[in-house]
Design a protein around this ligand. Structure first.
Ligand code: NAD
Length: 356
């Protein structure tokens, strides 16, 4: 693989390979774009099949962070870190301290914290070596469970979508199909029920369904396969990525898709356009699920839950802007969101030239 070719294709600024023999740390940090501010992105630990797979993952994820930061207007750019290893057996405190030393060496160009395969406690070790860490446990100065603002952002996305579809944010009597009742999906489902909505829910773990049924006994349960074709007003994916694809999109019986799952469109362009052709309004995932990012980015200003809530509530207005832009420019909503970010970054780059 030509590394420079890949960096040029995605527009990356910097890719750093890290190796520490004694702790076994093998890691890559990718910094995609720092126009808006220091790069910010979690650290994922996975037993990758190859160096190529690892590199492509960090390039793709760090670019995604530029768009996610950009759409909610936080002063950070896109970055990401990946560690090669099995998170269940290869992790040590010292490995994360070593990572912390490398992150410190970047002098504040990159902040990191948890992602798939890593936990807040891992970054307590990293934070001994560097201040450029976010999302540690509350007792170490972190801002707490990110699924709370993430769920709030999804609800704001649903309310904005209701406004677009029905000119009202009243969700009572509407039906929502919620896929995945984990940390985010459970909170979203309970909030919808509290607003008078009907629920059809699905999960692959029975205890998660039972927990939801205790809170909302009238919720209907669908199998993980059937949830794609239940008649509903909105489909709310809060489980897996790539669930909007050639097989599932023709089966959907909803007016809109609004959920927290990352990378819902298997192919951003093709499947965004397919949803548009079917007349299904798609709320771009990286905007709707940005509440967690807003919370960790906000830590850099000092922990302030009220400010996080206010910024997360703004997802409502931003999503309405994306829908309007998509309509005006005849674009799928996923591409409209990307364009808004690209235009914003061009403006920020330009204004930073003032008195520089
Ligand atoms: P989680 O692991 O707590 O919950 C995921 C749930 O989905 C689990 O209950 C799991 O059993 C269920 N699930 C898995 N496969 C399923 C299937 N085929 N059908 C139905 N249910 C299935 O994760 P979470 O923190 O709630 O996050 C949910 C999604 O939102 C993920 O895609 C995550 O990447 C994304 N996200 C989460 C946050 C956050 O702050 N937690 C932030 C941004 C994005």
């Amino acid at each position: 693989m030509g590394i420079f070719d890949e960096m040029r294709k995605y527009g990356h600024e910097q890719v750093i390979f890290l190796q520490h023999r004694r702790t076994g740390l093998k890691s890559i940090i990718a910094i995609h774009d720092t126009t808006a501010g220091p790069a910010l992105g979690g650290c994922r630990m996975r037993p990758y099949e190859s160096e190529e797979e690892m590199l492509l993952d960090v390039l793709r994820l760090s670019r995604g962070m530029t768009y996610k930061c950009g759409i909610v207007d936080v002063d950070n750019g896109g970055g990401k870190c990946v560690i090669w290893g099995n998170p269940h057996k290869d992790k040590t405190a010292e490995m994360f301290r070593a990572l912390g030393r490398f992150v410190d060496g970047l002098g504040g160009r990159f902040y990191t914290g948890t992602d798939v395969g890593t936990y807040p406690q891992d970054f307590v070790h990293a934070k001994r070596e560097t201040p450029y860490i976010v999302g540690v446990p509350v007792e170490y100065g972190g801002s707490g469970d990110s699924s709370v603002p993430t769920a709030l952002g999804v609800i704001q996305g649903i309310r904005a979508t209701a406004m677009k579809l029905w000119n009202s944010t009243d969700l009572s009597g509407k039906t929502f199909a919620v896929q995945g009742l984990g940390k985010v999906g459970y909170k979203v489902a309970v909030s919808l029920a509290e607003q008078g909505a009907h629920l059809i829910v699905s999960d692959v773990v029975m205890e998660n369904i039972e927990r939801l049924q205790q809170a909302v006994p009238e919720a209907t349960v669908a199998t993980p396969d059937a949830i794609f074709e239940v008649h509903c007003d909105m489909f709310v994916p809060c489980a897996l990525g790539a669930i909007l694809n050639d097989q599932t999109i023709p089966r959907l019986r909803c007016k809109a898709v609004v959920g927290s799952a990352n990378n819902q469109l298997l192919d951003e362009e093709k499947h965004g356009a397919m949803l548009q052709q079917r007349g299904i309004l798609y709320a771009p995932d990286y905007l709707v699920n940005a509440g967690g990012l807003i919370q960790v980015a906000d830590e850099l200003l000092g922990v302030n839950p009220d400010r996080v809530t206010a910024k997360t509530m703004a997802i409502y207005d931003i999503l309405l802007r994306v829908y309007d832009y998509a309509e005006q420019h005849q674009l799928p909503t996923s591409l409209a969101a990307n364009r808004i970010v690209e235009e914003r970054l061009a403006t920020v780059a330009d204004l930073k030239s003032i008195c520089s």
